[in-house]
Design a protein around this ligand. Sequence first.
Ligand code: ADE
Ligand code: ZN
Length: 322
Amino acid sequence: MSWRALPKVELHLHLEGAAPPAFIKGLAREKSIDISRIFDDRGGYVRGDFDWFLKAYDAACTVLRGPEDYRRLMAAVLEQSAGQGVVHTELFLSPDFCGGGDLSAWRDYVDAMADAAETAERDLGITARGIVTCLRHLGPEAAKPIARCAAETAGGFVTGFGLAGDEMMHRPGDFGWAFDCAREAGLGLTAHAGEWGGPDMVRETVDLLGCSRIGHGINAVGDHALCDHLIEKGVTLEVCPVSNLVLGAVRDWKSHPIEILRDRGVRVTVSTDDPPWFGTSMSHEYDMLERHFGWEEERLRRANDVAAGAAFCDEDTRAQIL
Ligand code: ADE
Ligand code: ZN
């Protein structure tokens, strides 16, 4: 059997970052918002370095303005994922991007997204869970109300809390209050670390924030003791290889550490991050891993088993995923 038929589990997908360019362009037209600078002449998103990406991403999100936009976005993204053979996906949701920063309507947004997820589960057989995510570059104070949003909507569709954005701003420990609040609400914890930062960033994220998953985490490879620590603690890395290549977190495929990490026994999984921004999909990620590292069905199946084991879902859902 080829890996193409494998049921896939994706743990690291940004809802806004998965929006097809035509979807964002359509909303911009409807609302007369000029964000033409973020589109290239073939209708895709303009590519650039991480700085450009974060700014262009912000601009794209300005057209998402109400719960109905989020319902439509969730439906479009889950249809895309199901078309890739994904049976379970976990999506980063950023209240900072909803409704121009007015968090009072957060519950309405969650209800709309959860409703779209329920429809997709019934019609397409894909399960989806939300990870409420704060943005690191907005600072630890701004993360507190986001953690409260996460805690208030915990249970059902919302099962996780995360940290994304510019990794080089602030230290993991600065977000301790937000992560404690989310943990007390029973949420699973993940944070982007070791995409741009070094092994120290990954270690602090695990030890000070208590994350069981790390977004990217690839720079852990430079520290053997840290890799042992991740194995011992059962931490799972949400690796997004094509994102790393396109944004320049790694120089070329030869330098991508996913195979070294896997070979050392670190739990690695495969995700797309922000697929239309990087010209990727789950099938494309798998194709690249097969081409550059000889990953065949068995290794890809194992990555999906690891992802199912690390998913922020209840045991019934986990049993049904694979
Ligand atoms: N938000 C969306 N994609 C991201 C990435 N790769 N790193 C940090 N924040 C992000
Ligand atoms: Zn990400």
